[in-house]
Ligand binder design. Sequence first.
Ligand code: HEM
Ligand SMILES: [Cu+2]
Length: 850
Amino acid sequence: MPERQSDPKRLPNETPRPPGELEELERAWAYPPGWRKISEINNSLVGVIYIGAAFLFFLLAGVLALIMRVQLSHGDNRFIGQDLYNQIFTVHGTTMMFLFAVPVMEALSVILLPQMLAARDLPFPRLSAFAVWAYVIGGLVFFSTIFYGLSPSGGWFMYPPLTLTRFSPGDNADFWLLGIGFIEISAIAGAIEIIVGMLRTRPPGMTLDKMPLFGWSMLVFAAMIVFAFPAVILATMMLEIERSFGWPFFNAAQSGDPLLWQHLFWFFGHPEVYIIFLPGAGLVSMIVPTMAQRPLIGYRLIVVALIATGFFSFGLWVHHMFSTGIPALSLGFFSAASMAVAVPSGIQVFSWIATIAAARDRFRLSTPSLFILGFLFIFAIGGLTGVMVAVVPFDLQAHDSYFIVAHFHYVLVGGMVFPLFATFYYWDPMISRNRLSERLGRYVFWLMFVGFNVAFFPMHVSGLLGMPRRVWTYPRAMGWDTLNMISTIGAFILALGVLVFVVDIFVRFRRDWETQRTQTNPWNAGTLEWLPSDLYSMRSVPIVTSRYPLWDRPNLAEDVAAGAYYLPNAATGRRETIVTSPIEARPEYLLEMPGPGWAHMFSAVFTAAFFLLLTVKAVAIALVCGALAIFATLVWCWQLDPPPRGRVEIGGGISLPTYMSGPSSHAWWAMIVLILVAASLYITFVFSYLYLWTVSPQVWPVVGASPLPDLRWAASGASLMLLSILAFRMADRALPKPGSISLSAALLMIAGALCLIAGVGIEGYAQWRSGLRPGENSYGAMVYLEIVLTGQLVATVAVMTGFALARLFTGKLDAQRRVSFESAALLAYYTAAQGLLGFLLIYGFPRMLE
Ligand code: HEM
Ligand SMILES: [Cu+2]
């Protein structure tokens, strides 16, 4: 259409692109040569490493499962001993949950989300790369403990008192606690990336209700991580402190309560199940419409269902504790809620079935579709047994029996492993021209499907016949032999299926690994990830006007590849992506992104070393590594926040600024998410404080009697917190003009940080002076834990302030280029607020009791 050419504001812009433009784009996104490729942070490489590592952990944990099944194949078996069996099931469960299920979904989002959004990359590529390396190193070390007999053996939920030093004296439990705490940090880093990426790097026009459903599911997934993981981080922290220093949080003999662990663990653990399932559902919602060649029925309903599942799953944790003597009213509530959460899952299942039914015989029975049908079947059974165990009297019977093992494997394997394999087969052509074999894929499916059911269905029966879970063997006289032998055979059939898949992967990667050329849209899918792409993702960023742009605009692929849409070049000569507004997706600014580097890797290595050395009690070297980790992180951050380069044209008559600070910037959003993590950690702390009070009110102090420090201490501490807010506010105003340095801004920042330090210092001093000691009882432990929690934040603010000062004096921080200051200040405001709340709780609550 000729009239388009004359008007450069209309997209697609059909004037030919200038020569050399594509080459420049390629240069900006090229991998570093040779072995230095591992310093690359581009999602196309990092994502593949990430998935590879997660899959490796699936295989390793799978091998452990086979060893267990051999051991259980018949009664009175002496294949492996009891202690090793305990370690193996703990490592199997822990690896599957923490090192496979959650990371593999984050890995998929690293690969798929930028493509689905036609973004060049997600906003924090180095953070993703850091998360990956931290996870790979931490995960491998954790897993290898099984070879040295150092693995934890308390089950994947590590209940105290069994895991207290008295009953688990070695370092084994510490490996679990520190390893898992560390891996959670990596998961949270991933969640920040996903939330900011989904909300800020969507292509122009992709309003929230045009977002691909995998994007929605990952958004809910990431939000759930933000609110659920802090509970288990706090719990692991408390247990580790109790094991190392004897602060009594969980020891009932010293006024703690082991049930507190269960509350905290399951407050995380139940949402965890949905954290694993929701991305799987999102994947299914992407594949089903393609296979049916029609839009998914009930898009909005599914979005509501995803959000509702995420929300309600936080209200269910007590159903893991029905048999612990919970009051009857709570039992009723949690039982009903557990059944209610089946409704949103049901809505999704009906949507998928309706879409498949509407397509009738046009529905393509490819390998991905087979895995999806298998998923529907298995997941439905898992859901049904789930409703059964939500019935309290039934649960009292089935609790801790093989019925439960069968139930949760139906949910987990059905809900995530089958969708995952569908994903491998479906999206493989997006990564490479050579595809996994469809023919072998069918064998893989049938072996896995039959094997799974043969392995796990009989467990329902053996469970009802009374076989308890977590037993390393059983007497032949119990009559469970045949069922267990069937289960074992099924597990090997399932493993054979996985093996065929692994062989196919090897063949496929040997055929091509270097050539990244992809097949364009072999399934005729409707979403953006099937546009032609290269290392820089799409050549140009399209305007999105519908949920299935590729179906609605047949020329889109060609125009995008020809550079006829936004940002067909590397406008600043570097890596960059368009940042859009969170709801309407209007272009707001051009984000200049970092390239390959080593600092984030060193940071990951030293962080891992810090945690692991702490585990083996090599405190001095651990501290050195911790300091090095902080240093590497600062080096990494130093390169961020490049100077503003004025406005640049991105095509379509739009020019965008290249710098943004304040609430519109991606950095601000990331900081807010991080603060939400800190806040949920703190809320869990407050819950624990109040909970322990209900358990042991007798150790809480009474007014007038020590150890309750005088109110004057609280007043002065709180004033310091307020002063710190004021100092940072004033420093904000005092930031200098570009090119100059402001001493008053520097002094104000220092004052702000010092006030915070003095604030927690006073808090600690007052308690110590009053004679309270953390090891005395659960009250003392909680009070000092509060100081530790706020103290951690204060330390972080201090480091960030030092960093901002260094940038101020080197001319990298001023009234315009101010992101490094804003991040420190935001955290300082939050820290002060938390400190104030702390004073209110620690000084106010005991006085309120009168
Ligand atoms: C693929 C084949 C799998 C097989 C054959 C298998 C087998 C087993 C067996 C035999 C147990 C021990 C039960 C006991 O002694 O009480 C177990 C426990 C467990 N499995 Fe699996 N499993 C498989 C996959 C998975 C997957 C994919 C996940 C999660 C995503 C998973 C999560 C767990 C958990 C959390 C436990 C509980 C560990 C504990 O009691 O502490 N499993 N599995
Ligand atoms: Cu649950």
